[in-house]
Write a protein that binds this ligand. Sequence first.
Ligand SMILES: Cc1cc2nc3c(=O)[nH]c(=O)nc-3n(C[C@H](O)[C@H](O)[C@H](O)COP(=O)(O)OP(=O)(O)OC[C@H]3O[C@@H](n4cnc5c(N)ncnc54)[C@H](O)[C@@H]3O)c2cc1C
Length: 437
Amino acid sequence: MRITEAQMVSGWGNNFHSLSTRVVVTTHGEAEEIVSMATSNRGLLPIGALRSYGDSALNSGGTLIDVTALKFLTIDSDTAIATVGAGVTISELEHAALVHSLFPPVVPGTGYVTMGGAIAADIHGKSHHKTGSFSQSVLQMTLLLANGHQVTYTPSDPEFWATVGGLGLTGIVIELHIQLRSVQSNSVEVTEHRVANLAAMLDLLGRSDKDYEHTVAWIDLSGDYRGRGVVSLGNYGTKSVKEKSVTGGLSLPDIGGKNLINRSTVKVFNEIWFRKPLKSGPVALTKYMHPLDGIQKWNRIYGAPGFLQYQFVIDEGREEIFESLFTGLRGLKASSFLGVLKKFGAATQAPLSFPRPGWTLTLDYSVTVPGLEKFLQEFDEELVAAGGRVYLIKDSRVSPALIPAMYPELEKWRAIRSSMDPQRLWQSDQARRLQLC
Ligand SMILES: Cc1cc2nc3c(=O)[nH]c(=O)nc-3n(C[C@H](O)[C@H](O)[C@H](O)COP(=O)(O)OP(=O)(O)OC[C@H]3O[C@@H](n4cnc5c(N)ncnc54)[C@H](O)[C@@H]3O)c2cc1C
């Protein structure tokens, strides 16, 4: 076990900096020891790779239990079940699974996410309309509870679903059993289409659900906000391709805390992206799933003030909300470096899981954009009135008053959570900010 003196920790957005003690545990036994010694004053919080954007993985004045060293990983190729430690990353699982012609059914946009972080957020990928979210491939989980005991839960237990999307506030995920799917090769057969506006994008994404396992659109959220972009459609391929490692490559240098993102740089980037040659054919699975992983520390591009990622979901039939969002952002002269639009399928029974049927849009903005915070506060209200909600693992700013409307099963989650942790040992900055517990 390694215990550091209080140190500054930030999420991926670098917009919050929090001072806490960090304990790196290397075995289950060490995790049990630290839990048994803990007091609930500012409490404990398990953390993974700190790829959550806001304050979900921060615990100012408290203790962070870093479980990234819990790396055990075995795969039974007969049953296609992987047994993984909480610190195993999505990328590590993908590479181990591909050796057996298997693959995790749900992977996010970066391979650096750990198994613990994947459960705590109930992550989704480009295939949500077919495979649902991460928890739907989990057969069982072992959790270290606040009372120091390890318990194994399955999807028939309410504690399982309270932990799914539960933001690390029910206990430490120690181990998962994950049902993998078979693949014929290490590739995805990809087709890309350029679309001129949002209506064309929604139409193509909506029509492609049936025939494609992976659907996602990059949307240009700069300039006049017409919603032009590139729609990418893919199915698991049959031809294996030479795989260039996407992780551990280029690293964005420290640029002295300067923000390189402004209207002009974003406009140029979006123009290049829109005009780039369209892909057609097999692409390595890992490259297709994690396009940004080729550049380490790309979050430094926003400089010292950091950035926020705003992701929401809205029902089909409520598309008018996009126009309202685009008009407001155009008025602020705000440009998003990254805009991603996807369609979700059915929800799980987890009270705090984010995905549910409808459209989900993701935007990145520097926190320095004048008027952005006020505009997003007004937009949140409009979103809630239209029945939508924001993704909590990416949030750093939503008002606590809106959470019960966004997550109507919050009370159910609170009751299960309290029964698992009556002394409120598990705490985070986000839980305090949003009054979750
Ligand atoms: C470039 C990029 C792309 C992304 N793409 C997607 C995407 O496509 N889809 C998507 O859904 N998300 C996406 N995300 C968000 C990311 O998947 C989540 O934030 C995820 O939770 C990060 O996992 P982590 O290991 O970094 O956990 P951390 O950020 O360290 O922690 C996140 C939460 O998990 C909890 N936690 C961590 N480990 C454990 C554990 N062992 N037991 C219990 N709780 C634990 C923490 O307490 C915290 O609440 C993306 C993030 C980035 C940076």
